[in-house]
Design a protein around this ligand. Structure first.
Ligand code: HEC
Length: 215
């Protein structure tokens, strides 16, 4: 038989050990008289210790798995799409940037313009008094009021435009007809090359009794 005092010491040691392991200081030891009661208290402590042990283990597992499976939020949310600055974009801009038409006209060629004008010939006449085809006669169109050819049924968009066909106006219209005058009935994609437009303009200007002075 273990003496009561020894049993008490044993129990206290066990309790202190558990408290130490669990980091819990809230363990209350109630000293009780008598072997039977003392035994019960010891059993209770064992059960409580087991429960606390399981809880601690679960908590530990939780923390440990938290360390393992922590998902870190990205420092920069979303996708980053790298668009090179300058480089390609700048090169494209440089090639498409328009040289003012006034700078190109003095160097432009009437002969080359006559060749470019073949693209218009399906729809336009260039001879005085030849009349309209799909589009109005373009004889002496440079300097002429917009939508003024006698008897031609212009679109509402062209009629509403107003002004005269200056070199600048013609240049913008012939580059991109539908972009320049939305709603125009001229079904022509446009002349992308500015030297083509300059050549065409000096050719059109030559088709007149009184050609316009170059800007
Ligand atoms: C597919 C037929 C077609 C082609 C090709 C075409 N045009 Fe036209 N063009 C028209 C029509 C139709 C109109 C009348 C537009 C309107 O009423 O909106 C017109 C109108 C014009 C006008 C306005 C005339 C005015 O009296 O106000 C000019 C300038 C012109 N075209 C120049 C040209 C030139 C230059 C080319 C060739 C580079 C060309 N067009 C090619 C059909 C065409």
């Amino acid at each position: 038989m273990i003496s009561s005092a020894r049993r008490w010491r044993l129990r206290k040691a066990a309790v202190t050990l558990r408290a130490g392991i669990n980091g819990s200081a809230g363990w209350i030891v109630v000293p009780v008289e008598g072997a039977e009661l003392n035994m019960d208290s010891f059993e209770l402590n064992k059960i409580a210790g087991a429960v606390l042990g399981v809880l601690t283990f679960t908590l530990g597992l939780n923390v440990f798995s938290g360390i393992l499976f922590t998902s870190h939020a990205p420092e920069k949310p979303g996708f980053e799409i790298a668009v090179p600055e300058g480089g390609g974009g700048a090169a494209v801009a440089a090639t498409t940037a328009d040289v003012p038409i006034a700078e190109l006209l003095p160097k432009a060629s009437v002969e080359k313009g006559a060749v470019v004008a073949k693209k218009c010939a399906a729809c336009h006449n260039f001879v005085e008094g030849a009349g309209a085809k799909v589009g109005p006669d373009l004889y002496a169109v440079v300097g002429r009021p917009v939508a003024s050819a006698e008897g031609f049924a212009y679109s509402a968009a062209l009629k509403a435009h107003g002004g005269n066909w200056t070199f600048d106006e013609l240049n913008a219209f012939l580059k991109n007809p539908k972009g320049d005058i939305p709603g125009t009935a001229m079904g022509f994609a446009g002349l992308a090359k500015e030297t083509d437009r300059a050549d065409l303009l000096v050719y059109l200007n030559s088709l007149s009794h009184s050609p316009q002075p170059l800007p």
